[in-house]
Design a binder for this molecule. Sequence first.
Ligand code: BTN
Length: 252
Amino acid sequence: MTDQKKMNVPDGFSHQAFMSLDSTNKEAIRQLEAGAKSGLWITAGEQTGGRGRGGRVWVSEPGNLFSSLIYDCGKDIYTAAQLSFVSSLAVRETILEFLPDSDVKCKWPNDVLLEHKKISGILLESHSMGSDTTNHIIIGIGINVAHHPEITSYGSTHLNDHAKKCIMPDDVFYSLAQKMAFWIDIWQNNGFEDIRKKWLNCCKGLNEMITVRTSDQEVAGRFIDLDCDGALKLDTGTHIKLIHSGDVFFTS
Ligand code: BTN
């Protein structure tokens, strides 16, 4: 990407780039404590303590994108959780910008799959400080650009494995920053319904049999919908179950 205009974050956002960090999400918390404002993107060339969902490690070798956005959305914590769907749509479109003819799908709750393999993970965290009741949201986004770890039970992949020419993490970041600004705007102006519909249009497994592993059980059923809060609706055959957190496994 050579267009100079694209090498900036959109108006209303700022960016700090680091060579190496423990975790961009942790740095975001430190920056918040030091007075950082909403709209700050933090990127790192590598992470020595990358964090994944469910307390897992996010392997963070140089060459991939590690980014976090501090975003005060002015909404309660449950509504703010919708930002993981907003972010998934932005990540999906970022990948499509580099690989326009590829199959890129969202996976509940907040993964993005390229050709059915995980290429990105999103970790939303909230942070509040002292007597200030504001819930500052940190949206951590990792995108595999140069390589991928062989650790997920459903496979993973990276952008350069599918691209004709070498893509750099910085290029991916500037595209992501644009798409995030776009989808955040839609969410703020139109609410979750537009996001929900778009997400359902490009997710994997809708109307198919899936298994969801939650913290205390494994449930199988047909994935029939996303409810107005972003919970997954599963038809188990005997009842409709709403699932708020967990890991999805596809049968096909
Ligand atoms: C997942 O488990 O799928 C979520 C992974 C999120 C990884 C990103 S990389 C940038 C940010 N910093 C972190 O430590 N984690 C997130």
